[in-house]
Design a protein around this ligand. Structure first.
Ligand SMILES: [Zn+2]
Length: 467
């Protein structure tokens, strides 16, 4: 997973996604002779956070090692990673599946630098190298062989993603490659305790592809063992999602092939109690804890809490807006109803919602105070999201203030009653639903800005007077 830092792991180049090719590079991350790496402190802290979230033990002395291999996207011909003393070891997280809950062990979490990107240019038949991604900080989370089905794998990945996103360790975007996954799979006869021959599929970047790859590999292994279709070897494979098949890339290297060696240019990082304590104190309230608190403190339903806590961004907006509006239930309603509707229309996720929480809180207050109607508030909300408009100024500029003047509303009521004799008769003959029709006509007459409570009262009075 790519860590959410501003700069790279061993130099001050920007680590942000989306720059022009080779825009974020310097002599250090390009591997120029004589340049020395300097460890980014934030990377260590995010590694500690990830370790704590997954119940790992944090190594108090953590070191970096060189992993040597040659590939054009690796300018130093070695990758700096952690082999001998990774940042965190020996943890585990709880997952839930239809079959119940279980703990998935985590062997270790290590920090390392990413490699560059090869861009194949079909037009000239050449290959170009983009070093922007070189030295972008990564954490690799290595699970123990505890997962037994594709369903468990998905549950594990989603849980991990939710934890790390919440704590802002990584933005975990599959589509931008900031979350990737190597799937290792082996099978064994029922009852056997010895793990079978393992194959690894590298660089998976979508949940649906992971499920398909696991199902394909499982079937391939079973065929090999039961029908002798091929001899399984420990190897690294590539998944082709279009063909729905995996292909052999290379036989699996052993650790010796990489000649892991402590990097003499980087000093060991010593983590003392104060530092550890500070990071532990900065851990955020996690989704489950938040959901429980929203239920008990604000009286929200569990279903609503599940939607809100699916995104840290949503939680942050909700909490701040509720503080401003002093109406958490209504605030949650606007987020879950109108904001989600807006996001769906724009094909965005809750993480993408850019909305000033103070402005949302003020808007909720305006609706609750009868200053604007719900329908006017919907228009204002769209302007707040899209143009960062100030709700009160927008309402004034567009003449959206709720009409609560009784004489103006009274006129509209009389007019609608005069012109809709059939609905009035229906109501009088016991069809109470006709009231809603009349209400709608009056609201239209007032261009959607009538104070609903006043309309309701005057309409009821007028209908009561009709024989
Ligand atoms: Zn650099």
């Amino acid at each position: 997973m790519e860590l959410a830092t501003n700069s790279k792991i061993f130099c001050s180049c920007s680590a942000r996604y989306g720059a022009e090719p080779n825009e974020s590079v310097c002599p250090a991350c390009c591997g120029m002779p004589g340049m020395l790496p300097v460890t980014n402190k934030r990377v260590i802290e995010l590694g500690m956070t990830a370790g704590m979230l997954t119940n790992c033990r944090i190594n108090r002395v953590t070191t970096f090692d060189k992993k040597s291999y040659y590939y054009p996207d690796l300018p130093c011909s070695y990758q700096i990673t952690q082999w001998y003393a990774p940042i965190a070891v020996d943890g585990g997280i709880e997952i839930e599946t239809a079959g119940g809950g279980k703990t998935v062990g985590i062997k270790q979490i290590h920090l390392e630098e990413d490699a560059g990107k090869l861009v194949h240019d079909d037009w000239t038949g050449s290959t170009l190298i983009d070093f922007n991604r070189t030295s972008v900080p990564l954490i690799e989370i290595v699970s123990k062989p505890d997962l037994r089905s594709a369903e468990e794998v998905i549950s594990y990945l989603e849980r991990l993603r939710s934890l790390l996103k919440f704590a802002k360790v990584s933005d975990c975007r599959w589509e931008e490659g900031s979350m990737r996954c190597d799937v290792n799979l082996s099978i064994r006869p029922y009852g056997s305790t010895e793990l079978g021959v393992r194959t690894e599929i590298k660089n998976m970047n979508s949940l649906s592809a992971i499920v398909r790859a696991i199902e394909y590999e499982e079937a391939r292994h079973i065929d090999a063992l039961e029908c002798g279709t091929e001899t399984l070897i420990q190897e690294t494979r590539r998944w082709d999602d279009v063909k729905g098949q995996s292909f052999s890339m290379r036989t699996k290297e052993t650790a010796a092939d990489y000649r892991y060696f402590p990097d003499p240019n980087l000093v060991p990082v010593i983590i003392d109690d104060t530092w550890l304590g500070r990071i532990r104190a900065s851990l955020p309230e996690l989704p489950d804890e938040k959901a429980r608190r929203y239920v008990s403190e604000y009286g929200l339903t569990e279903a609503d809490c599940a939607i809100l806590t699916s995104s840290r961004n949503f939680c942050d907006i909700f909490e701040e807006a509720s503080r401003v509006s002093s109406a958490p239930k209504e605030t949650a309603g606007w987020l879950i109803g109108d904001c989600m509707g807006y996001l769906r229309k724009k094909k965005l996720t809750a993480d993408d919602l850019s909305l000033d929480p103070v402005k949302l809180g003020e808007l909720v207050k305006m609706v609750n105070g009868g200053e604007v109607t719900r329908s006017a508030a919907k228009r204002i909300l769209a302007a707040v999201i899209e143009e960062n408009a100030d709700p009160r100024q927008y309402s004034e500029a567009h003449d959206l203030a709720a009409q609560s003047d009784e004489s103006a509303i009274g006129e509209a009521v009389s007019k609608v009653i005069r012109e809709n004799d059939k609905m009035v008769r229906d109501y009088k003959s016991g069809k109470t639903k006709a009231m809603q029709g009349l209400f709608g006509c009056i609201m239209r007459e007032l261009r959607g800005n009538g104070d609903p409570a006043v309309i309701q009262k005057l309409l009821q009075d007028s209908l009561d007077k009709i024989e």
